[in-house]
Structures are given as structure tokens and as C-alpha cells.
Design a binder for this molecule. Structure first.
Ligand code: HEM
Length: 149
């Protein structure tokens, strides 16, 4: 967590917004191109793509700002996603990486090396937090927990 990281990250979010680019469209096209079988688990791609994209960005930005609400939100996310079938950890990793990459494409010159590395660092922290949430659910509630791997 650092003020400089959060500032660089915010600048890229503003740049993408100023460019009028809603990254959820290219992000979900890319995600479904990589995992075509997953499309069927979405009842409304329009509704879910807004929330999944927003919350993924918010979690990484919140981590950069040292926000305490990120952990409970991640724990809840992992638990509610039990409803969508077996969800290997690699798919979470891929979704997070694709979110950062699509933001990079949309942010133009605001995507400096410092900005890219701030997003990458907080992406890695988020991935680790998702792993921890899966492990903690498995230990607290073995029968109903989301899978770990
Ligand atoms: C950091 C990563 C992710 C975040 C923040 C996130 C967030 C969300 C949110 C907020 C919703 C809407 C309501 C709910 O909580 O049930 C949702 C729905 C959903 N998510 Fe995710 N998600 C993530 C990763 C994934 C991954 C990797 C998949 C794998 C395919 C996935 C599949 C789904 C599905 C199938 C729905 C339901 C959509 C529908 O009913 O139309 N999510 N997600």
C-alpha cells in the first residue's frame, strides 16, 4: 500500500473513463474466448459484467489504499461464487490479470511503468487474499466450502 501507487492507479481509471471506454465489454469477450464453457453459467452477462469488473477494480484500488473492507468483500465473493459451479483458482487469476490488461489498453499514456507495477502488485495481493478466503472457508465449513485449488 502506498499513496503513490493509489494515485497512479486512480489516474489510469480516470484516463479510461475520460476516453469513454467501458472495459467490461472487451474483458468479458476475452474471458469467454479463453473459457467458452463458462458463458452458460451467466444468467445476465450485462448485469454480472458491470459488477464483476467494478468490484475487481475496486478491490485492487482498495488494497492500494489500505482499506479494511476489502477482506470481508473477498470472503463474501468467494462464498457466493460457490453458486456458479466449480471455479478453479486459475480462473480467478486469469480474470484479475485480464482486468488489469484491459485497463492498461484503455488508459493510454496514463499507463506508466509505475502505474502498471502498482496494479500488478495489488493484483497479486488480491489473488493471495482469494486463496486465503478459500482456505479459511474450507477449514471453517468443510461441507459447504468453495473448492480450494
Ligand atoms: C475477483 C474476481 C471476481 C469478482 C470481484 C466477481 C464479482 C462478482 C459479482 C459482484 C457478481 C454478482 C453477484 C454475486 O456476488 O453473486 C458476480 C457474479 C458472477 N460471477 Fe463473478 N467475480 C469474480 C470472478 C469470477 C470468476 C473467475 C468467474 C468464473 C467464471 C465468475 C463467475 C460469475 C458468475 C457465473 C456470476 C453470476 C452471473 C449471473 O447470474 O448472470 N466470477 N461476480
Amino acid at each position: 500500500m502506498s499513496d503513490a501507487d493509489a494515485a497512479a492507479m486512480e489516474a489510469s481509471l480516470i484516463a479510461a473513463a475520460d476516453a469513454g471506454i467501458d472495459i467490461r465489454h472487451s474483458l468479458f469477450e476475452r474471458f469467454f474466448a479463453a473459457y467458452p464453457a463458462r458463458r452458460a453459467s451467466f444468467i445476465s452477462v450485462d448485469a454480472a459484467s458491470r459488477r464483476m469488473t467494478d468490484e475487481t477494480l475496486q478491490m485492487m484500488f482498495g488494497l492500494a489504499q489500505g482499506e479494511g473492507w476489502v477482506w470481508p468483500l473477498v470472503a463474501e465473493l468467494v462464498f457466493t461464487h460457490r453458486n456458479y459451479g466449480a471455479l478453479p483458482i486459475a480462473k480467478y487469476d486469469a480474470f484479475i490479470d485480464m482486468t488489469v490488461e484491459e485497463l492498461g489498453l484503455a488508459a493510454g499514456p496514463a499507463w506508466t511503468a509505475a502505474c502498471a507495477s502498482a496494479w500488478q502488485h495489488n493484483a497479486d495481493v488480491l489473488k493471495a487474499m482469494i486463496r486465503r478466503a478459500r482456505a479459511e472457508w474450507a477449514s471453517a465449513m468443510p461441507a459447504g466450502a468453495p473448492q480450494i485449488a
